[in-house]
Design a protein around this ligand. Structure first.
Ligand code: ADQ
Length: 480
């Protein structure tokens, strides 16, 4: 059996208590790597005075990881620069925050070449290579330049932007051309896939072949939607584990009979945190009957603290939560509990279960796993209500949530009011299909679909039929 080489910017080195610590994605990839005797390669998160390409290999919990240090200019230009100040905002429709800086692009190309150079000796001819996310779009092309002829797949964890936005990027065609070095490109949703295809056909002069593959830049590639899921079975059991129960009880006792509206996010401008707090403020203003009867717990884990737009956002949220509390709080009630902590997964699951409403309102999100985790953690006999942004990839699957436009504070406030007053019958009616989706289209389903799709792209099997079935279409229905 071919080995699997996973390459991502950061690597989640399995810990002793892996399932409790790591997210579903890390756990699923680790399981695949054990099965395929593979290697997970990426940046160590450390900097060295100069880049040496020296690899630090480890084997833990059956998973081999290979880590490399970057130098300071790499981190500045590639990670904080092109990845997080250019591609991340642009792909989340924030051209106002996008830095179009040539040195960032150069650093990005350089680090991708360094990754390729370093990992190349580890790749055997029949290995499957699976590259993850926007940090590493040119990596496939760099590997091809170094003689890797086998199957290489790429999965994008964030949205693909509309072509009208993508063309604001200098050298946008070069970025897209680099993707044509892969055999399979995966997106979370049809919407991101359509946006990609639209650019290829309308801006790059590509064509869709009769078998569904895309032809452009003298190469053909398959592109499909593979909606990621969570480690649903494990997560569903977590509120009933020791840690999960303790966390649930602690959250429950703090309710004092009130309803909890819960938001859990990385502290990122794409998650719509400011808009969400404003919508909650609007709710309190519009519905004085809810004062003292409801509160919002917003857990926001700081991230990318070296990037200025994140520092600005953090200061804004500090001020906004303080302002709302100053405006409405009473001696025995505070409307917003704003927490900058990271929790272990069972603890998080316990908190999810205690919340009457899961409020997931990103302005743009590749998928959003919190929405799925909230559903998985609910008790069947008395489930909470999920309010979900129509701009999260998850909205394409979780259709029975209350779907909202996160930019409209009136709409979110109305949905909150409706959720808080929703009877048990309707809650259960909505919950059933949501849970079904989360449990069936889980992270293993996603991973198996992608890996099968990549295997089917084996040039030796490329007689038309395999590829034809998994062209530009949704993976789940395509059987790849
Ligand atoms: P993220 O933007 O990081 O991921 P998301 O899908 O919401 O977003 O996943 C966040 C994960 O972090 C969840 O598993 C969640 O439980 C965990 N988490 C968040 N806050 C936490 C806290 N305070 N304590 C502990 N854990 C916390 C990117 C894309 C998404 C896409 C994923 C996967 O931006 O759109 O869904 O990749 O492809």
């Amino acid at each position: 059996m071919s080995r699997l080489i996973v390459i991502s910017n950061r690597v989640n080195v399995p810990a002793a208590r892996e399932k409790a610590q790591a997210g579903g994605l890390a756990t699923a990839l680790a399981a695949t790597l054990r099965e395929y005797r593979g290697v997970w390669f990426g940046w160590s998160g450390q900097t060295a005075p100069t880049f040496t390409g020296q690899i630090s290999m480890q084997k833990r919990a059956g998973v081999t990881t290979a880590l490399v240090d970057l130098d300071e200019a790499d981190v500045l230009e590639y990670y904080n620069g092109y990845a997080n100040k250019t591609l991340w905002p642009l792909f989340h429709y924030r051209i106002d925050l996008t830095a179009y800086d040539r040195s960032f692009d150069q650093g990005y190309q350089r680090v991708n070449a360094r990754f390729a150079e370093t990992v190349r000796p580890m790749i055997d001819a029949d290995d499957l290579v699976w590259v993850h996310d926007y940090h590493l779009i040119p990596l496939g092309r760099e590997l091809r330049r170094r003689g890797v002829a086998g199957r290489i797949g790429f999965f994008l964890h964030i949205p693909w932007p509309a072509r009208q936005l993508l063309v604001t990027l200098p050298r946008h065609a070069a970025l897209v051309e680099a993707l044509f070095a892969y055999d399979l490109i995966g997106f979370h949703t049809e919407e991101w896939l359509d946006a990609f295809v639209s650019y290829v056909v309308r801006d790059a002069g590509g064509t869709i072949l009769p078998d569904g593959r895309l032809s452009c830049f003298g190469r053909t590639v398959r592109a499909a939607a593979f909606p990621i899921g969570i480690d649903a079975k494990e997560f569903r059991a977590m509120p009933d584990s020791g840690d999960g129960r303790r966390s649930y009880q602690r959250a429950e006792q703090s309710l004092l009979g009130r309803n909890m509206i819960l938001g859990v996010d990385r502290l990122d401008y794409s998650k719509g945190l400011e808009e969400r707090l404003l919508a909650f403020e609007h709710l309190l203003f519009q519905h004085p009957d809810l004062l003292s009867k409801v509160f919002m717990l917003q857990i926001a884990t700081p991230s990318r603290e070296d990037v200025e737009s994140y520092q600005v956002l953090r200061a804004k949220l500090d001020a906004l939560s303080g302002r709302i509390n100053g405006r409405f709080a009473e001696v025995d009630w505070v409307p917003v509990r704003y927490v900058n902590q990271t929790y272990r997964r069972p603890e998080l699951a316990g908190i999810f279960r205690a919340a009457s409403v899961g409020l997931v309102t990103p302005l743009r999100d590749g998928m959003n796993l919190i929405a799925k985790e909230y559903i998985a953690a609910q008790a069947e006999e008395d489930p909470g209500v999920l309010i979900l942004s129509r701009f999260a990839g998850a909205a394409a699957q979780l259709k029975d949530a209350l779907i909202v436009n996160p930019f409209s504070r009136e709409e979110v406030s109305d949905a909150l009011c409706r959720a808080l007053k929703m009877g048990l019958d309707e809650r259960r009616r909505r919950f059933e299909p949501l849970l079904h989706n989360v449990m069936t289209e889980d992270v293993t389903w996603w991973r198996d679909a992608f890996v099968a799709g990549l295997r089917a792209s084996d040039p030796e099997q490329d007689t038309g039929s395999d590829r034809a079935r998994v062209g530009v279409q949704r993976s789940g229905t395509a059987g790849c």
